[in-house]
Design a protein around this ligand. Structure first.
Ligand code: ADP
Ligand code: ZN
Ligand code: ZN
Length: 700
């Protein structure tokens, strides 16, 4: 007799088809089984979902499952629960989350192909050494590392490892991973990094350390892999053959049945938040997953997020139990002290100075000794705006509420939001005036300017100084970033100009001076997280300096900041390397203002042809929401709709609305009830092209 199954299929965002569908099957298939099912006129990948499917009247119409992918063991209950939680928490359908997190090529790989892949895998894993022989070709631990590892080996739950750049955090991750794998021959470890560019570095280090496990025991997962590679990694993790899974945020959703440790490196990094589609935080899901699977979670950072800092505070009373345990490693390994902060008061420099005289002198001195300099500017292109000195025309993008950026290398005007690219006009398009000037400066201009300023400076061997630039423009071609970074490593570059891209994680041995030319924007930004991000960026950038012990002990290393606000408390904390002081000060402000982590937020966003239409949808949603609130008496505030900061992109108007509560549970319950109304409303607001809820948004 046929049984009825609930099956999840991939549903497009916000289709009404959000729950599982009912199919019938001749055999009982356990939840988590991957199946192929008919859907409309096509066949699609499905996932048997827990729960009874009601054999409703007209059961004859219920279509049968075409086939079960029985080569693949059913996804386990923990994984199914993770998907259910993520979907509910982030207000998406379970089908979108679950099917979206599977490797795309599972959709069309044949069962024969699967069988072959899995057979190969079995053979390979038989040749792997017993996992207990994890080689410990590791340096002797520092006292701080030993202490941290001892605490980790005795504890369970979530830990925040606060350790300076170069304090040996990665070494702690590797040791802890080795311990966990040695204790349990099946144990699997997940290590997350914020950016694809950082995976090869970590992978190399991990492969070296765990060579004894065999090459198949370590897999990567990130969006830069081919579909075949992604399927292979996923199968390795799912079958348990992979003992170590390294990846970017998407890896947190992989099936890893014997997961015993999750490491989230640079846990404060905004890249852990998915900003499109199902907007989840991989760091937060890692913490949830750890609890679910009884895996230890280790969040690491030199500048922890204020959320994690707050969750690991020392308890003020018995009712105030912190959720994470905080571990600290304040010292840098085998290196001189941390970089000295030097502030240049730009108010006392000649107007329009880009690189101040004292900074330039310091750079020359370093270069003369054969040391490297890193110059940071958070704006690519040559100049952010072109303007006409006669009529005031500016290089606005016709499709976006933004200026097109002047790129001198190919004399183009480019919109960084919709990618519209046009040649620079010879004369003002409005009045014909030939005198069009550039306003402001980007990395291209700084590169050019430094070349002039340093043209007479000689390196130790008498040769001219070599300047390079690394940003999204210079690294567009595949493999370019790796190539350019290698040049810096090899010492072929003396001055590296770049955006925040170069501040992260890279191990530039000979850099002894890092300069941030114009970081002031973030000090007074409307975005309440801007100071937190700036502090992290500058700390991380400073961490690029002085990684070579010999160089940094002889002349010290420096972080330079050019600012109009040298006495700003953020720079004071930066000077003292006082992460705790900065965090406490920011948390005090946030507490007073009722901002996260002392409140919980979500955004409802809408896009339409006109701003009015987008806002009309949101405000109507607000009205229905208020109605629900009144009946439930919840402590949730829904603010009026406003245009988004970047209001128009590619001729689409964007608006948003903030929803806030001091109770996460109240916010969640409100959003869950609201979903239904939003679907119904959307049907009446046909001009709204897209809408989405962003839970725990990072940018407001
Ligand atoms: P982080 O991840 O905190 O930046 P790493 O783990 O990368 O720090 O360590 C910084 C440097 O110190 C690396 O070159 C690493 O090989 C080295 N290192 C780490 N731990 C030790 C140790 N116990 N003894 C000697 N060198 C170490
Ligand atoms: Zn003009
Ligand atoms: Zn544009």
């Amino acid at each position: 007799m046929a049984t009825f199954l609930q099956v999840l299929v991939a549903t497009p965002a916000h289709s009404r088809l959000s729950g599982p569908l009912t199919y019938q099957s001749e055999v009982q298939l356990p939840p988590g089984t991957l199946v192929r099912v008919p859907l409309g006129s096509r066949e699609t990948l499905g996932l048997v979902w827990p729960g009874e499917a009601a054999p409703a009247a007209g059961a004859m119409q219920i279509k049968p499952v075409r086939e079960a992918l029985s080569e693949i063991a059913p996804l386990d209950a923990h994984w199914l629960e993770l998907m259910a939680f993520a979907a509910s928490y982030y207000q998406r359908s379970a089908g979108e989350f679950a099917l979206g997190s599977l490797p795309p090529s599972l959709r069309d790989v044949s069962r024969q192909q699967l069988q072959r892949k899995l057979a190969k895998r079995d053979k390979a894993s038989n040749t792997v050494d017993a996992p207990r022989t994890v080689a410990l070709a590791a340096p002797a631990l520092t006292a701080e590392q030993a202490q941290v590892l001892q605490q980790l080996s005795r504890g369970t739950g979530t830990f925040l490892l606060h350790g300076n750049t170069g304090s040996g955090k990665t070494e702690v991750y590797l040791r802890r991973a080795a311990e966990v794998m040695a204790q349990d021959p099946q144990a699997q470890v997940m290590m997350l990094v914020p950016e694809i560019n950082l995976t090869p570095q970590l992978e190399e280090r991990v492969r070296k350390r765990f060579a004894a496990l065999g090459e198949h025991a370590i897999v990567s997962m990130h969006s830069g892999m081919t579909p075949a590679q992604r399927l292979n990694s996923w199968l390795s993790a799912h079958t348990g053959q992979a003992r170590l899974v390294l990846g970017t945020r998407l890896a947190v959703l992989a099936s890893v049945p014997h997961l015993k440790l999750i490491v989230v490196d640079e846990e404060h990094d905004p890249s852990y938040k998915q900003q499109e589609g199902a907007r989840y935080s991989a760091r937060d899901l890692a913490v949830y997953r750890g609890r679910l699977q009884s895996a230890q979670v280790l969040l690491g950072s030199a500048t922890p997020s204020l959320e994690s800092w707050h969750h690991s505070r020392s308890p003020t009373d018995a009712n105030d139990a912190p959720r994470y345990v905080r571990l600290s490693m304040p010292s840098r390994i085998g290196q001189g002290s941390l970089p000295q902060l030097r502030r240049v008061d730009m108010g006392k420099q000649p107007r329009r100075t880009l690189v101040s005289a004292p900074l330039l002198a310091a750079m020359r001195e370093r270069l003369g000794r054969g040391e490297q300099v890193l110059v940071l500017l958070n704006r690519r292109g040559y100049a952010p705006v072109l303007h006409c000195t006669s009529c005031g025309w500016k290089s606005e993008c016709p499709h976006c509420s933004a200026f097109r950026v002047f790129h001198k290398s190919d004399r183009s005007l480019r919109c960084h939001h919709c990618s519209l690219t046009q040649p620079v006009p010879r004369a003002c398009p409005a009045c014909g005036n030939q005198d069009i000037g550039a306003l402001g400066h980007g990395t291209e201009k700084i590169e050019e300017h430094l070349a002039e300023l340093l043209q007479d400076t000689r390196r130790a061997d008498g040769s001219p100084v070599r300047i390079a630039r690394i940003d999204a423009d210079s690294t567009r071609a595949k493999g370019e970033l790796v190539r350019q970074l290698a040049q810096v490593h090899d010492g072929d570059v003396d001055v590296l100009v770049g955006t925040q891209m170069v501040a992260k994680g890279h191990d530039f041995r000979r850099v002894t001076l890092v300069a941030a030319l114009n970081p002031d924007g973030a000090l007074f930004s409307a975005d309440f997280r801007a100071p937190e991000r700036l502090f992290a960026l500058l700390s991380q950038a400073a961490g690029r300096a002085g990684r070579d012990a010999q160089l940094s002990t002889s002349h010290g290393c420096e972080m330079w900041v050019q600012t109009f606000h040298p006495a700003h408390p953020l720079f004071e904390c930066l000077k003292q390397h006082d992460v705790a002081g900065f965090a406490e000060q920011q948390l005090t402000e946030r507490r007073q203002a009722g901002l996260p982590p002392f409140s919980f937020q979500a955004l409802l966003r809408a896009e339409a042809r006109t701003q009015e239409a987008a806002q009309a949808f949101l405000n109507a949603a607000r009205d229905t929401g208020q109605h629900g609130l009144a009946s439930q008496g919840q402590a949730v505030t829904v603010y009026p709709a406003v245009p988004m900061g970047l209001q128009r992109v590619a001729n689409v108007e964007r608006a948003q609305m903030l929803i806030e509560s001091t109770s996460r549970r109240a916010l969640q319950s409100f959003l869950n009830h609201w979903q239904e109304d939003l679907h119904a409303l959307r049907d009446r607001h046909k001009s709204v092209s897209r809408w989405a809820i962003d839970v725990d948004p990072l940018v407001i």
